[in-house]
Design a binder for this molecule. Sequence first.
Ligand code: ATP
Ligand code: MG
Length: 427
Amino acid sequence: MLRRHGVPPVSSVTFDRVAKRFGPHTALDDFTLDITEGEFLVLLGPSGCGKSTALRLIAGLDQPTSGRVLIDGVEVSGTDPRDRDVAMVFQSYALYPHLSVFENIESPLLARGDHTGRSRAKRRERAALVDEAAALLGLSEVLRRKPGALSGGQRQRVALARAVVRRPSVFLMDEPLSNLDARLRTDTRLELVDLWRRLGTTFVYVTHDQVEAMTMGTRVAILDGGRLQQVGDPQDVYDEPQNLFVARFAGQPAMNTLDAVVHVAGGVPHAQIGGALVALPPQVRVASGQAVVIGIRSEHLEIDRRGTLAGVVRSVERLGHERHVICDVGGHLIVIRQPTDWAGVRIGDAVRLSMDPHRVHVFDRASGERVVSQRPAIASLGSRFELLSPEEALALDAAIITAAVEPVVDLTQAELNGETTEVPSSI
Ligand SMILES: Nc1ncnc2c1ncn2[C@@H]1O[C@H](COP(=O)(O)OP(=O)(O)OP(=O)(O)O)[C@@H](O)[C@H]1O
Ligand SMILES: [Mg+2]
């Protein structure tokens, strides 16, 4: 853990082939992930995919069935949550209803000392830390109020301040914005990223919200069925999903997908979708007759009289800044994003669609995996740079250089925060 003077500590977290089973049910399987010091990692996936399980394993609220969890390279499996120097913020704010905002934020500081050598803070010291955390989260004006007299957003910020006041080296956040209305979510999203920047601490943030995943994280890790599907820069994951699950899950609206069979004609690969032939990226490695699924983002489709795909307009959703035209193509619903001022189409209209072959994603239908593309490679030939064909690039392998706002008290969080105060069961 890095502890610099006057700067909050920051830790790395590693999952090393971690499995977590509950009886016969596997919540997390063969999960390996390095979360580096100071990064904002978003864990994204559908309900039940293992996101909270992963967080609880970092916090020490659960133990792995097999594999190791490491903080700063040191295995922590079996270590008491209080000795891990992490703080977790839950979806339910878990505030003490009978305590003031000040006392709620102060409560983790009343816990006994821990292995980090920090002893129970003195009263004046505590007050300074609470004031600092409250100021950071814009709560200085409401310190004397009880949680019942706060808005949902303020309660959420108190929960965050309670985590901040402990100066943990890792923040764990489990869908902390899901009880907030849309407007407040957007505001709090920005505040959280700002908080992360100011603290410089490691954030592990769980969500199933696409926008949060795209906008908040330095990296996003996508889980499905307890297995890691892909991890990377959010834009890279959006641009190059490694399998059909990620393609269909990451992004809003979801990527359009259509079953197709490959036809290579004159050396150029095409996807046959029903009776239509759609050109594929020339460098994609496919075989004639291969069953594939092609994917195309809604912003890469156009209603175009010369297009090869035929569809019928089923609905038009106006979103103000853009509209989504939903077409039935051979029984599949396809979404096309358009500016709102684009010429009108009406429900029932027969349309043709075109797409840029370079924007088409190809997945093997049997495995669901992305079909590897042989990227056009730039080879250095003396002082010249030339674009090589896929075949040339392969041959020259060695030369390639691109080559709900419910203040429910959560005993688990109280435990996690190392508190011994008696906790009421409701407000
Ligand atoms: N204590 C438990 N006992 C039995 N099964 C559990 C337990 N905790 C989690 N599970 C199961 O493990 C799987 C993963 O649960 P987890 O809470 O990690 O999902 P999640 O991704 O956080 O979902 P959500 O988005 O709904 O919060 C689920 O199928 C869940 O039912
Ligand atoms: Mg969860």
